[in-house]
Design a protein around this ligand. Structure first.
Ligand code: PLP
Length: 391
């Protein structure tokens, strides 16, 4: 068999896979595993959005669209950003993509060259470093700590900058920590990008999932001064419970968007026409389902985090956004006879029949990720099992 492309040499398949496979095996055997693993809403897609998809099928919206996406959808997204953040992106500066992931991938392919260094704060979303590697670039990890609320600070990134540094990837609210980067820190990152001539990719896929009265701090407010070096990426997946529809988008300067569109034109071509019609309804239609879902997540967050905090050996910050808790579990190593978070995840699956994602997947040891996109009773049962298993 001929070998594989060298570009895959350093690209890791998801580090979550081993625990997930074992969890799936147990589930197939009929074991009731409480799965805190998946990063997706457990809600169904709102009815008005499903209806828009059905209507698009009925009216034969079945031909190729422009690579950038359905013009009405791009208009609606540009208008939504103008209203929320005062940006002046034109519809031709919006790229509709097959999920937020594809927009981020197109950005990495379009902006990063062989040997380019890209600063990524850890804990990071699993695909950031791998997308940079697939583009030939080199991820440079900026560690953040629980003590600092997992907030990446621009001043800490300065020492990582070399002549090869080309970009920064920020995510807020963060998967996996739920940390929300405050406005003033975003402003410092924007200053740094300007001073050091860097691209900023800002992933705001969890922009709607904010708690305790927070409002979303977006890098979009710095779009005017970062105009030619900013990519804002987001998705319908989480906000509208549309993960399987595969639809997301990015906004960026015309030149950057056309470079990204060149990548997409040779890859997916564009996101499904039917799904784009559904997404148009998501942006323009009533937002009550979204509000309802977010208040339910807020309730679950409290149950999840308070439950975790009640267990000796576990520390847990109250996440400001997204739908994940990211507790410190190093205090459990001795009790579980393990030496890393991967070991904790394995032990919790064996002893408590709960599945979590080990911190190693996100570039940090000593933590595991619990998604609270689960029914409240399941969260409560999971916590009870955890308490029991840990004695
Ligand atoms: N960015 C972050 C931080 C995510 O957590 C995810 C999904 O888990 C994505 C992007 C991609 O979302 P999707 O491609 O499903 O729209």
């Amino acid at each position: 068999m001929p070998g594989f492309a060298r570009r895959l040499d350093n690209v890791l398949p998801s580090a979550t896979i081993a625990v997930k496979e074992e969890a799936d095996r147990l589930k197939r055997e009929g074991v009731d595993v409480i799965d805190f693993g998946p990063g997706e809403p457990d809600f169904n897609t709102p009815e008005n959005i499903k209806e828009a998809a059905r209507a698009a099928v009925a009216r034969n919206l079945s031909h190729y669209l422009p690579t950038l996406g359905l013009p009405e959808l791009r208009e609606a997204i540009a208008a939504d950003y103008r209203r929320k953040h005062g940006t002046d992106y034109a519809p031709s500066e919006v790229l509709v993509s097959c999920g937020g992931k594809n927009a981020l991938f197109a950005a990495a392919m379009a902006l990063f060259d062989h040997g380019d260094e890209v600063i990524i704060p850890a804990p990071f979303w699993v695909s950031f470093p791998e997308q940079v590697r697939l583009a030939g670039g080199v991820p440079v990890i900026l560690e953040t700590t629980e003590e600092a609320g997992f907030i990446p600070r621009a001043k800490d990134a300065e020492k990582l900058i070399t002549p090869a540094t080309r970009g920064i990837i920020l995510c807020s609210p963060s998967n996996p920590t739920g940390a929300v980067i405050p406005d003033d820190e975003l402003s410092r990152w924007a200053d740094l990008a300007l001073e050091r001539d860097l691209y900023v990719i800002f992933d705001e896929c969890y922009e709607r999932f904010l708690y305790d009265g927070r409002s979303h701090a977006s890098m979009a407010v710095h779009a005017a001064r970062l105009r030619d070096r900013l990519v804002l990426a987001s998705t319908f997946s989480k906000s509208y419970a549309m993960t399987g529809y595969r639809i997301g988008f990015a906004l960026a300067d015309r030149r950057v968007v056309s470079a990204m569109a060149t990548v997409q034109s040779h890859d997916a071509t564009h996101a499904s026409s039917i799904v784009q019609a559904a997404a148009l309804e998501a942006v323009k239609g009533p937002q009550d389902d979204l509000t309802r879902m977010v208040s339910e997540y807020a309730r679950r967050r409290a149950i999840m985090v308070n439950g975790l905090r009640s267990i000796p050996g576990i520390t847990c910050l109250m996440p400001g956004g997204a739908f994940y808790a990211f507790p410190g579990v190093a205090g459990l190593y001795e009790r579980l006879g393990v030496s890393d978070s991967f070991g904790v995840a394995k032990a919790l699956l064996e002893k408590a029949r709960i599945a979590v994602v080990p911190g190693e997947a996100f570039g940090i040891n000593g933590y595991v990720r619990f998604s609270y996109a689960l029914a409240t009773e399941r969260i409560e049962t999971g916590i009870a099992r955890l308490r029991e298993a840990l004695g």
